[in-house]
Design a binder for this molecule. Structure first.
Ligand code: ZN
Length: 402
């Protein structure tokens, strides 16, 4: 099983699928079709039915139930890699029987003292980059794991399984694609995104997320005549930020702590714009964070005049837990599958969002499971083949659902 997972994985990571923030179309880059077309062929080759490349570069396919079960379980992974670091000309580097020492790549090295998880991977098969690109294990490891499961069932037709639906999706890294996914057409009872890291993790809690755009309107007049009149919007912006709780910042928070994160500021005397992202697993606490922004606005507007500070807060996505709690089949099925394989599942909150969070909101309950990939979004990215194989086995157990 290891061999064909590796074969799929190496084939997929070599195909450039970088998404782009600069496009308003879905997919944001045409190159994502290059992988989509390969996946369509691979799914057909494995005997899946209704294999389609849908509008906006969604690949779907179906392996019909060969058991009494009417249950339909979906498996989803994204095809794109991040826009911020090159995913072009990826030259995967396969290390058999890793010796536990520092791995030297072009310009960089993977030192087990820095990346302590490497100490647990001694003797394993690692796939790294050559040091100049991402690997794209995020999320092609997820795709390869799903393909590994499908290959298993195509080779073992007598093993009963439920209806399996798969979807490979575009533009996850820019948070753009999934809103266009045809959840109704996919028609699964529940699904999983295979897009985490640790092979033994399952996530069904993510942030509630909002963004706040702040506009500060100053009064720009000649500094020589400024006394009693000038309002320097950049200084008001600094004052605004100082009214927010300094410990509610990403660098001071972990686990279930929420934060406000200043991601953008651009200002001069007359006008300053700031963007914050607000995050919290707890909806009520997120509302309190929003209140802080409103209170800071009101305080400064009293001091400097109405409309000096304009705050525009918009919700981005919600914690899927609030919905999944009402129907825990998806989570329980994954936990059961892991336990059958002797794995103790780690149920951990995601400090971010997932496509699954949006899908859950759209009516398809979709927790997230790991891939066996590490250090996503940079040249230090790597994957452990043995852990990818375990994930494939977890997916097989989920689909067997016995
Ligand atoms: Zn991902």
């Amino acid at each position: 099983m290891k061999n064909y997972i590796l074969e799929y994985f190496l084939k997929y990571v070599k195909i450039n699928t970088m998404s782009s923030e600069d496009s308003t179309e879905t997919p944001s880059t045409k190159c994502q079709y290059d992988l989509a077309n390969v996946l369509v062929n691979d799914l057909k080759e494995l005997g899946l039915k209704n294999v389609k490349l849908l509008d906006h570069c969604f690949v779907v396919g179906e392996l019909e139930s060969n058991s009494n079960s009417n249950l339909t379980i979906g498996f989803i992974a994204h095809m794109d890699t991040i826009p911020g670091f090159s995913g072009k000309d990826v030259k995967p580097n396969v290390i058999n029987n890793y010796d536990g020492n520092t791995i030297k790549l072009k310009n960089i090295e993977l030192n087990p003292n820095e990346f302590t998880f490497l100490n647990n991977l001694k003797g394993k098969t690692l796939i790294t980059t050559d040091g100049t690109t991402v690997l794209g294990a995020d999320d092609k490891a997820g795709i390869a794991n799903i393909m590994g499961m499908l290959k298993y069932f195509s080779l073992n037709k007598d093993i009963p399984h439920v209806n399996i639906k798969v979807a490979f999706t575009p533009d996850e890294e820019i948070g753009g694609g999934i809103g266009l996914f045809d959840v109704k057409g996919f028609n699964a009872d529940f699904a999983y995104t295979v897009d985490g890291e640790l092979y033994d993790e399952i996530n069904y809690e993510n942030f509630n997320a909002a963004s706040a755009n702040i506009t500060i309107n100053g009064l720009d007049i000649h500094p020589g005549n400024a006394k009693g009149h000038m309002i320097n919007s950049s200084l008001v912006a600094m004052e605004f930020n100082s009214l927010l709780n300094p410990f509610e910042r990403p660098e001071y928070t972990e686990l279930y702590d929420g934060f406000n994160h200043l991601v953008y500021i651009n200002g001069e005397v007359g006008k300053t714009n700031m963007t914050y992202i607000l995050r919290n697993h707890n909806k009520e606490l997120l509302e309190k964070q929003k209140d802080e922004f409103i209170n800071a606005r009101d305080f400064l507007n009293k001091k400097y005049g109405t409309n000096t500070v304009v705050v525009d807060i918009k919700d981005s996505y919600y914690n899927m837990k609030d919905i999944i709690d009402k129907d825990m089949r998806s989570v329980n099925t994954a936990i059961k599958a892991m336990k059958k394989l002797g794995i103790t599942p780690k149920v951990t909150p995601i400090r971010g969002g997932t496509d699954g969070a949006r899908l859950t909101q759209m009516g398809l309950l979709t927790p997230n499971i790991g891939t066996g990939g590490y250090n996503p979004h940079g040249p230090y990215e790597l994957a452990c083949l043995e852990e990818m194989e375990i994930v494939s086995k977890i997916l097989i157990e989920i689909a067997k659902n016995d």
